[in-house]
Design a protein around this ligand. Structure first.
Ligand SMILES: [Zn+2]
Ligand SMILES: [Zn+2]
Length: 287
């Protein structure tokens, strides 16, 4: 059965939910204590030897024999804000009218029953913080109309012979000399079955702020490095942090949260998580 779609109609969320709203907490946030304990020299040497083994110009033996005279620790801070949103739109779909189509038809004619409002249809994501698209056939949106392609004639002119009925022989038998072929659009039914489909698009947006990352280290490597979680936030809309000891992180948090609440007026925020101060360690060796 063929099934196609027409233009997509977008529906912004109800005003009170789409409105940007960054509240300021009265209570200070609680941060996990962070202690920068020194790494054992052997651990540092093991990492160094492991790294040297992948370099042609360096000798692992020489690396094993190196003597560490000093170690400098530096800390980088990472603030992550994940926003899980949903976007709803409705498209008009159609298929040839058949027995299964009739079974889903509304008993009342169009206009007498109210179509469901897109944002009032209960839909939940299969998994939070994962991109996904869900489609739902909306009830009370069924319409049956005549097929405009064949003008309800159920068949159209044969393009191979232009209705001259010369389609004969083994190679060209599209119309069997009838001059007409079955309408592909309605598969010979003469009528089309229209209905509306709700499309719910769930998206996960990640925003990240890194502070104290040396220019020689790619940000991607820092963000995947192990660190200590200093603060976690979870909510429909998280509040920005404001009492962390590093003011740049507070400012970035405020900027990112405010932006996330207003960047997509067509979307509704379902949930946000913020992870703050995931401290990474960079070690500078003096050999
Ligand atoms: Zn047709
Ligand atoms: Zn023909």
């Amino acid at each position: 059965m063929t099934c196609s779609s027409h233009a997509l109609q977008k529906f912004p969320p109800p005003t009170e939910e789409g409105k940007a709203n960054v509240s300021v907490k009265l209570k200070p946030e609680v941060f996990n204590p962070f202690t920068l304990s020194p790494l054992p020299e052997q651990t540092i040497l093991d990492v160094l030897v492991d790294w040297v083994q992948n370099k042609r110009l360096f000798s692992p033996t020489a690396a094993r024999g190196m003597v560490i005279t000093d170690v400098t620790h530096e800390v980088a801070y990472c603030y992550r804000l994940e926003t899980f949103t949903e976007h709803r739109s409705v498209c008009l779909r159609f298929e040839p009218q058949c027995k299964t189509s009739k079974a889903t038809m509304s008993p009342k004619p169009a206009g007498e029953v109210q179509e469901p409002q897109p944002w009032k249809v209960p839909v939940t994501p299969a998994k939070m913080f994962h991109n996904q698209v869900l489609n739902y056939r909306l009830i009370h949106t069924d319409r049956v109309t005549g097929c405009s392609y064949c003008q309800e004639q159920k068949c159209v002119m044969c393009k191979a012979c232009c209705a001259s009925t010369r389609c004969k022989g083994e190679k060209m038998v599209p119309c069997m000399s009838l001059g007409q072929v079955c309408c592909e659009m309605c598969v010979g039914k003469g009528q089309m079955f229209y209905f509306k489909e709700l499309q719910v698009d769930y998206r996960c947006h990640l925003d990240r702020y890194l502070l104290g990352v040396p220019g020689s280290i790619p940000e991607e490597r820092i963000s995947h490095a192990k660190g200590e979680i200093l603060h976690n936030g979870l909510g429909q809309k998280v509040c920005p942090i404001s009492t962390f000891s590093v003011e740049e992180v507070n400012a970035a948090s405020w900027r990112m949260v405010r932006s996330s609440h207003s960047s997509c007026p067509q979307c509704r925020i379902i949930q946000q998580t913020s992870t703050e101060g995931s401290a990474k360690r960079r070690i500078r060796l003096w050999l």
